[in-house]
Design a protein around this ligand. Structure first.
Ligand code: UD1
Length: 349
């Protein structure tokens, strides 16, 4: 039996293709890191994911406490189920907490989306990635530079397998359904910002909002993460929200990918959005000094924009460079879930 772990919004579209392809018995464990319907339940409904077998219900707190809470809640569940392997995806607190619990008990551990590095240790996700990769037995990667990163960190070549990108399996499966979703008739840009590095700094968040105002008359739609919304309200930044920017609640998956596909440009600090826009050939501007997904800049449609003042220039450049057809990224082809399932079943034999 396998424990497959999910907890936060970007995990759900990654576990979906794995669970669809595994023939082994699976327990789907939701840590409860995200708990709002918009951040969690709506994804289960739209993806057609089975209800989690167990929800640890940990909820929000500081990174340290949240990680510890997940470990405390998962250990008894783990001991009761005695899984033969634990599969974790991505780089959120749930990923590290569950892999660490499993390793303590000597169970096989598998990390899907291993080896991504921003080389920025101020990002909580970078610490989660580094530690998870050091202690996982099997490292399943989405792009070749991940192999180089893992080898440099001393992980054996034999533990690394290129499987492609499971998030793209879900995107390709559900894009036709998302086509039917309503999007604005006029040209628009889509904005998502939630990284602590951008939105937990009052001055920087204010500067980003000002800079987005300079994109007028292009109208912008901003489905805001709860963290971002809270900070805008707490810091009285509402007056800095420019007229061309419409803040809306977090979108469900189909609405969001439908809007991405129709957008003139996407401005983001998310990891997954850099990948999705690349596959769809939609110009993307990433408001960060680095990315753990450099393939989106080399083969895809992404550009980094570390200085918020330069967003207008970056947006103009990206829109001009829009490719006539979407780029092809090796093994981001809808078949990652099947390859991941094969590898998991192989390690169990
Ligand atoms: C987490 C991940 C991040 C991922 C993001 C996607 C870590 C370290 N970070 O960041 O990599 O890109 O998810 O969303 O794991 N909140 C709600 N409702 C919810 C969940 C959260 O209101 O359902 C609020 C809480 O006040 C919480 C805050 O949002 O304190 C942040 O949530 P948290 O899970 O701590 O981190 P994210 O910023 O969502």
């Amino acid at each position: 039996m396998i424990d497959l772990i999910c907890g936060a919004r970007p995990n759900f579209m990654k576990v979906d293709p794995i669970i669809r392809n595994l023939s082994e018995k699976v327990r789907l464990i939701h840590t409860g890191q995200h708990y709002d319907y918009a951040m969690s339940g709506s994804f289960f409904d739209q993806l057609g994911l089975p209800k989690p077998d167990i929800n640890l219900g940990v909820g929000s707190s500081t990174i340290t406490v949240q990680t510890a809470d997940i470990m405390k809640a998962y250990e008894p569940v783990f001991l009761q189920g005695k899984p033969d392997a634990v599969v974790v995806v991505g780089d959120v607190n749930s990923t590290l907490a569950c892999v660490l619990t499993a390793v303590r008990h000597g169970t096989s551990t598998i990390h899907v989306e291993a080896g991504l590095r921003s080389f920025d240790r101020t990002m909580p996700e970078e610490i989660n990635r580094l530690l998870t990769d050091q202690i996982s037995d099997l490292l399943l990667i989405t792009s070749q530079e991940a192999r180089e990163n893992l080898l440099k960190e001393g992980r054996p070549d034999g533990s690394i397998v290129m499987v492609g990108n499971p998030m793209i399996d879900t995107l390709l499966r559900l894009l036709p359904e998302a086509d039917a979703r309503e999007v604005p008739d006029d040209k628009f840009g889509l904005v998502t910002l939630h990284r602590p590095g951008n939105v937990d700094d009052r001055q920087l968040l204010g500067k980003i909002l000002d800079s987005l105002g300079m994109l007028a008359p292009l109208s912008l739609i901003f489905p805001a993460h709860p963290r971002t919304l809270k900070n805008i309200q707490n810091w009285d930044l509402q007056s800095r929200v420019p007229h061309n920017l419409t803040m809306v609640k977090p979108m469900d998956y189909l609405d969001f990918i439908g809007h991405q596909q129709a957008a003139e440009v996407v401005i983001t600090d998310s990891g997954g959005v850099q990948e999705e826009t690349s596959v769809m050939g939609v110009p993307c501007v990433t408001v960060r000094p680095n990315t753990e997904r450099p393939i989106t800049c080399t083969l895809g449609t992404n550009i980094l924009c570390p200085d918020p003042l330069e967003i207008p220039e970056a947006v103009e450049k990206q829109i001009k460079k829009r490719p006539a057809v979407p780029p092809i990224i090796p093994l981001w082809d809808g078949g990652a879930g099947a390859r991941i399932a094969c590898e998991i079943e192989r390690i169990l034999k």
